[in-house]
Design a binder for this molecule. Structure first.
Ligand SMILES: *Cc1c(COP(=O)(O)O)cnc(C)c1O
Length: 380
């Protein structure tokens, strides 16, 4: 594996790095594809491939054999089409604004989740005199996007509303798939089976990263994982066959002694109970370290890894800096100029999310924009 040759010169002065292992991302997708076969496995690459860089990720997944991508917005559709000229691309947010014409031009399939969207796409098909592909999203209980029951029945009863549309996929999305024991999964499965049967012969898709771990009954024709491809563990109980693909490091700027009774950080929330050593690290909430990972009295906060040792974040997280207690680390373990790890083996994105009262997804998608990005190539 090689580090992208364009990047390292900027490392000398960088405050932090995000290392994205494209080979691991490709391997994760292959493992998921293998798990769900004979169903097909797409890749969800919305939000700049969950913050990791859509262009690099789409290229790597394409080389691994992925031919179906889901994005959310028109801008993301344009990027995906540029990188994957012959892939099948679905746009989850549907016909946002004036997206219909650009989608038709790019050959992107909108996921239609309102009757207005269906009518608008059908009108475009008729105006252009050609059948254009699209998906419909039906609501089975998440009550977010998706055609409600009465609109699904109306569409099925009045197929003229879909005149011209080449219906390529019927999909829905699960609310509680991260908990395999939640009866809502089965309810949504049954509703999906009933409602999708109104569109016979059209391929079906229900499961994302957590849903595909619920078993083959949830796979249908196509699964749509995002988070798991990037190494995330979405299910609370059933681990996906994937491994972490992201490492985040930030520079230690200073290590200083703090006397008992002294406080550290804004609002003086942390007070030293013993002679302490505090390392100040060049990462803050502007870099995606949630301010909620500060440890207020009593509640455990976040950690960083320094030379393989976990060190707790103490005091308030500020915009550009965090302070960590390195008193218990061996002498010389924390040195200014070296890098502390914020996400790495032994400190997962799930750990980082849990410590901040959020989920790994939020950690991943907010990772620092001013950190240097290093890509480990997928071709050995
Ligand atoms: C984001 C999204 C996905 C992917 O979800 P993951 O949990 O990241 O696998 C799949 N389907 C829909 C409708 C989504 O919005």
């Amino acid at each position: 594996m090689t580090v992208n040759a364009r990047m390292p010169e900027s490392l000398a002065s960088s405050t932090g790095t995000i290392t994205v292992d494209l080979g691991r991302i490709a391997a994760n997708w292959l493992a998921l594809a293998d798990k769900v076969a004979p169903a097909r496995c797409a890749a969800v690459v919305k939000a700049d491939a969950y913050g990791l860089g859509a262009e690099r990720v789409i290229a790597a997944l394409t080389r691994a054999g992925c031919t179906t991508f889901f994005i959310a917005t028109p801008d993301e559709a344009e990027t995906a089409r540029k990188i994957a000229p012959s892939a099948e691309i679905f746009a989850l947010d549907g016909l946002v604004g004036n997206a219909a014409a650009p989608f038709a031009h790019l050959g992107v399939k909108p996921v239609l989740s309102t009757l207005d969207d269906v009518v608008a796409w059908s009108a475009l098909c008729r105006a252009r005199g050609e059948a254009l592909p699209a998906a419909i999203h039906i609501d089975t209980g998440l009550h977010r996007l998706g055609l409600p029951l009465r609109d699904v029945r109306r569409l099925a009863a009045e197929p003229s509303m879909m005149a011209g549309i080449d219906l390529d996929l019927v999909m829905s999305h699960l609310a509680s798939a991260d908990n395999p024991r939640d009866p809502k999964n089965r309810d949504q499965l049954l509703t999906f089976e009933t409602l999708s049967a109104l569109f016979p012969g059209v391929p079906r898709s229900l499961a994302a990263s957590d849903g595909l771990m619920l078993g083959p009954a949830y796979h249908f024709d196509l699964v749509r994982p995002g988070y798991a491809i990037y190494g995330g563990q979405a299910s609370q109980i059933a681990p996906a066959p994937v491994k972490p693909a992201v490492t985040v490091s930030a520079r230690i700027l200073a290590v200083a002694d703090v006397a008992p009774g002294e406080t550290v950080g804004y609002s003086a929330t942390w007070r030293a109970k013993r002679p302490s050593r505090i390392a100040t690290i060049a990462a803050g909430y502007a870099d995606g370290v949630p301010r909620n990972a500060s440890a207020p009295d009593g509640r455990p906060g976040g950690h960083v890894l320094i030379s393989g040792h976990l060190a707790p974040i103490v005091g308030r997280i500020s915009m550009d800096l965090i302070t960590v207690d390195v008193t218990d680390l061996p002498e010389g373990a924390a040195m200014p100029g070296e890098f502390a790890k914020l996400i790495a083996q032994g400190l997962s994105i799930e750990d980082a999310g849990y410590a901040a009262g959020t989920i790994g997804y939020e950690i991943l998608t907010r990772l620092g924009h001013r950190f240097t990005r290093l890509y480990l190539d997928d071709n050995p």
